[in-house]
Design a binder for this molecule. Structure first.
Ligand code: XMP
Length: 517
């Protein structure tokens, strides 16, 4: 394991992901964890992340210098770099010389451990106020910028390395290469970690946890629950029952995809509950987005609990008990809620629309160490269909929050048609991987005048909301090619009844959220 010490902000998660991209397993620990506890994990290397503080600020996170003296290779980035410099006797000043954004870096030792084979001049991403003006004793300065005399240093003998910038962000040229140089050359770690090893390990762990008891899993159609279910199914076979609640707010073909493709690929036992009428009734006359979300969440729990009670009763009739609930919790959920320290503070995360807190089940969470892209790889490894594994995010409340206005069967059908056309054309244009997701929204409460054939029309607009994003926290609108937009627009207005206008949402997030409700 490589430990990534988190000094705040979002850098640690990105670093941990990049380490895994280098095929080395990584875990995040908070900087408040005692160094002895970190070392007790026997890390092969430690990376100190960036963070929002200045090393001179009162209360700024510190580290016991023992971390640099344990013989474990350490790589400090940005704040971690300054902390290493200051702790080991170098000079860090608040010079007032700030650097933010893309900055030219001059490498003075192109043959050094970190900078081997990297061009002497390249751009890196800086974000700092303080600057290191003298490296600690025993360290060699390996790079500088116009503003910072010591932008990188290393001490090969002690296996300590540092850079002032952020090699983990895409804007830093050669960032991944430098990280890999640290891992492979500096720390001597072999790149052997794969999602294949995760599958084997998790299957063994699930078998150990569940024993010969039974488990249930709520399937949402999303990637996470599908991969979690497939893993557990592989481990315990038909002692797992999956429940899929069809709330009628799914897109075209989605329920069938779960019913047919997923079952065909995994052989999982599936109970499909058609609750679309119930949801439509509950949503009758409701136009407020928050109210819609609450109603959908509430109905979901009721239907799921009912299905679950049936499964438990059925098992009971055979003298068996259902003790486990499978959830598709991911590593970011774990880190964000508990700092990655283990069991403390972890929210009862769910990905199937909200499960009650008093569930009498033990949780099985086989994905809780994985990032989203790794979950996709595990899914692929397990032979799940591409359509499920590469599926773009789709909100639990489904099309219910993509109809601005009251949700009715007719409007859902109309939106489903428009959405299917947009998805088809985006796929045909090869844009699926490029965009994060593309909600298609029906403005059911809006009408505008159009002309079709020889007659006047008075129909609804459809909004396309294509966005690019890394994590959905922020997003930018995707610059789709005009010809693709033109094809989608022509087809939707020709093929979908009552729609006479297609518009594109060109708002970033913030200020606009990705979904319209
Ligand atoms: P917003 O609209 O907040 O969406 O920018 C951010 C991301 O979250 C998805 N989303 C949801 N996912 N249940 C979900 O499982 C929800 O209630 C929900 N609301 C939004 C949205 O599609 C986007 O990917």
């Amino acid at each position: 394991t490589v430990l990534v010490v988190d000094f705040g902000a979002q850098y640690a998660q990105l670093i941990a992901r990049r380490v895994r991209e280098a095929r080395v397993y990584s875990e995040i620990v908070p900087s408040s964890m005692p160094v002895a506890e970190m070392l007790a994990k026997n890390p092969k290397a430690i990376i100190l992340s960036g963070g929002p503080s200045s090393v001179y600020e009162e209360g700024a996170p510190q580290l016991d210098r023992a971390i640099f003296e344990a013989g474990v290779p350490v790589f400090g980035m940005c704040y971690g770099f300054q902390l290493m410099a200051k702790t080991l006797g170098g000079t860090v000043d608040n010079t007032g010389a700030r650097e933010y954004g893309r900055t030219p870096l001059t490498v003075s030792r192109t043959g050094s451990t970190l900078f081997e084979g990297v061009p002497a001049q390249h751009s890196v991403w800086m974000s700092h106020g303080d600057a290191c003006s003298a490296a600690p004793e025993g360290f060699t300065v390996t790079a500088s910028t116009d503003v910072v005399p010591v932008a990188a240093f290393e001490n090969d003998e002690a296996r300590l390395y540092g850079v002032q910038y952020h090699p983990e962000v895409l804007h830093s040229d050669h960032g991944q290469q430098i990280l890999e140089h640290f891992l492979y050359r500096g720390a001597g770690i072999a790149p052997t970690w794969t999602t294949g090893s995760v599958v084997e390990e998790q299957i063994a762990l699930i078998r150990e946890q569940v024993g010969n008891k039974r488990a249930i899993c709520g399937l949402s159609g999303g990637v996470d629950s599908a991969v979690a279910a497939a893993l557990v199914n592989k481990a315990i076979g038909d002692r797992l029952t999956c429940v899929y609640v069809d709330h009628g707010l799914m897109r075209k073909g989605e329920t069938e995809q779960v019913e047919k493709d997923f079952v065909a690929a995994t052989g999982v036992q599936l109970k499909v509950v058609d609750a679309s009428e119930r949801f439509l009734n509950a949503l009758k006359g409701v136009t407020d987005p928050e109210e819609k979300r609450k109603i959908i969440g509430r109905e979901f729990i009721r239907v799921f609990e009912q299905a679950q009670a049936e499964i438990v009763a059925e098992a009971g009739a055979h003298g068996e008990s259902v003790d486990f609930l499978v959830q598709g919790t991911l590593y970011p959920d774990v880190v964000e809620s508990g700092g990655g320290t283990g069991t403390a503070n972890i929210k009862s995360h769910h990905n199937v629309g909200g499960l009650p807190e008093d569930l009498q089940f033990q949780l099985v969470e086989p994905l809780r160490k994985l990032f989203k892209d790794e979950v996709r790889m595990v899914g692929q490894e397990l032979g799940l269909p591409e359509e499920i594994v590469q599926r773009q995010p789709f909100p639990g409340p489904g099309l219910g929050i993509r109809i601005v206005g009251e949700v009715t069967k007719e409007r859902l059908d109309l939106l489903r048609d428009a959405d299917a056309i947009a998805r088809e054309e985006l796929t045909a244009a090869g844009l699926d991987r490029e965009i994060w997701q593309c909600p298609v929204v029906l403005l059911a409460d809006v009408r505008s005048v159009g002309v079709q054939g020889d007659g006047r029309t008075y129909g609804h607009p459809i909004v396309l909301r294509p966005v690019s994003s890394e994590d959905a926290m922020t997003a930018d609108w995707s610059r789709l090619p005009y010809d693709v937009l033109a094809r989608i627009s022509t087809r939707i207005t020709n093929e979908v009844r009552d729609v006479n206008r297609v518009v594109v949402d060109v708002t970033s997030k913030p200020p606009g959220t990705i979904e319209w409700e």
